[in-house]
Design a protein around this ligand. Structure first.
Ligand code: ATP
Length: 406
């Protein structure tokens, strides 16, 4: 890149002086300076280090791999979780004159062919290539990457929304798990893991799942000094959530859900991404995670059938319920202490089933059905009991007896 002179870092790898990086930032993106942990992340990967970077939503994580792509030799491979995300970013980069492309199932075959031909040349014009984790998991694409790597043309691999490896990545996106092979395949290429949601436990999991080697760990402050906050302390459900019996993936899902961090229509729309027009369960209201879990008519019918089966149908969420966490707190309070642990597991399981059912409707086009979600719920309860959920035993028996009557 003209005007940006590489200097040698301690490791002997490419390193750029901040001023030179700032001039690239200014030239392509029009910003006068880096913010948050951007510069530290950029310098880490330019010096060849792996890096885990936690920055708030909208904090500017993409710059951490876009600037290296513009100053580093070779191609930066970016792995985001959503096709819509990569389409958006690629379009915006192209607008700024940055050579970027994405490969996905939605891409026309002649476009894919053109990208592959470019990758096969000795000197590809591409600087950023966005791909899905599923594509990285295929042997044919891995072979292509290997070729790039052997020719010294792979500069950096950036994994966006890296928490997917640890949360819904387990079941929902198994290919995220397979990204662990990147470190083995490309031992000296820096890996950059970016996320806005990672509690220390998840951070550790991301670092170990990706086999990051002695990574630079960056955690930007989530405080926005220009925003005045006023808050009221509400009883939080965390203790109830973490202490209840449920598989970790379900608890983690609910932790995200309570914090409104699931990729439902409202969040996708806020980010300008493709999103279902309305909730696929009821086709009446906008889809939010709170709606799916408690105020949607489908969700309420589901909860009613489960709770009615347990002889506490009166505790089902009402149509005015706007917060799942709030409903859970109220419901839990009304249950006798001796049954509370079991009820908490029932509620986590119910929420998990609703989420899985919603994903099947969104991604597999399945029609929402009360009888099928109830069957899944009953099967799961059996599995949870077998796996050690003692408090659920009596609930399971009552439900198995009563549910067919609902
Ligand atoms: N140094 C900077 N100065 C000013 N604006 C910036 C800077 N870096 C990034 N931005 C802008 O901040 C906005 C958010 O950036 P970006 O989409 O990369 O955030 P993000 O951290 O990836 O967010 P999310 O977690 O939602 O994916 C963009 O409009 C981007 O152009």
């Amino acid at each position: 890149m003209k005007g940006v002179l590489p200097i040698k870092g301690a490791s002997g790898r490419e390193k750029k002086a901040p001023k030179e990086l700032e001039s690239v930032l200014n030239r392509y993106f029009g910003y006068s300076g880096f913010r948050g942990k951007q510069l530290e992340a950029i310098e880490a990967v330019l010096s060849g280090r792996d890096c885990f970077c936690l920055m708030p939503t909208g904090g500017g994580k993409s710059m951490c791999y876009q600037i290296p792509a513009l100053v580093k030799t070779g191609i930066v491979l970016v792995i985001p979780p959503l096709i819509a995300l990569m389409e958006n970013q690629v379009a915006s980069l192209k607008n700024k004159g940055v050579p970027a492309e994405f490969l996905s199932s939605t891409q026309a075959s002649h476009t894919k062919q053109r990208i592959h031909e470019d990758l096969d040349t000795g000197n590809p014009s591409l600087k950023l290539l966005y791909v899905t984790p599923e594509l990285v998991a295929t042997s044919s694409f891995m072979a292509k990457l290997k070729k790039l790597y052997n020719r010294g043309l792979l500069g950096l691999v950036a994994i966006d929304e890296a928490h997917c490896i640890s949360s819904w990545g387990h079941d929902f996106r198994p290919s995220y798990r397979k990204l662990s092979s990147l470190r083995k395949q490309f031992p000296d290429i820096p890996l950059l893991a970016l996320t806005a949601t990672a509690v220390p436990k998840v951070q550790k999991d991301v670092v170990s799942s990706l086999c990051l080697q002695n990574p630079v760990i960056l955690r930007a402050s989530f405080n926005r000094p220009n925003i005045f906050y006023e808050g009221q302390k509400l009883p939080q459900p965390w203790k109830r959530l973490w202490k209840s019996w449920a598989p970790p993936k379900c608890k983690f899902f609910l932790w995200l859900a309570i914090r409104n961090k699931c990729w439902t229509s409202d969040r996708l729309e806020m980010r300008g991404l493709d999103h279902p027009v309305s909730c696929l369960f009821c086709d009446q209201e906008q889809e939010t995670i709170q709606h799916i879990l408690c105020s949607c008519v489908f969700a309420r019918q589901f909860w009613h059938s489960i709770l009615f089966g347990l002889n506490v149908g009166n505790l089902s969420p009402s149509r005015d319920e706007i917060s799942f966490a709030d409903w859970w707190r109220k419901t839990s309070k009304k249950i006798h202490k001796s049954k509370r642990k079991g009820m908490n597991s029932i509620i986590i399981l119910g929420a998990w089933c609703l989420w899985i059912h919603r994903n099947k409707a969104v991604f597999d086009g399945e029609t929402p059905s009360l009888s099928s979600i109830r069957c899944v719920f009953l099967d799961e309860i059996g599995c949870w009991i077998t796996a050690g959920a003692k408090h659920l035993q009596s609930f399971g028996l009552v439900l198995a007896r009563n549910l067919h009557r609902v």
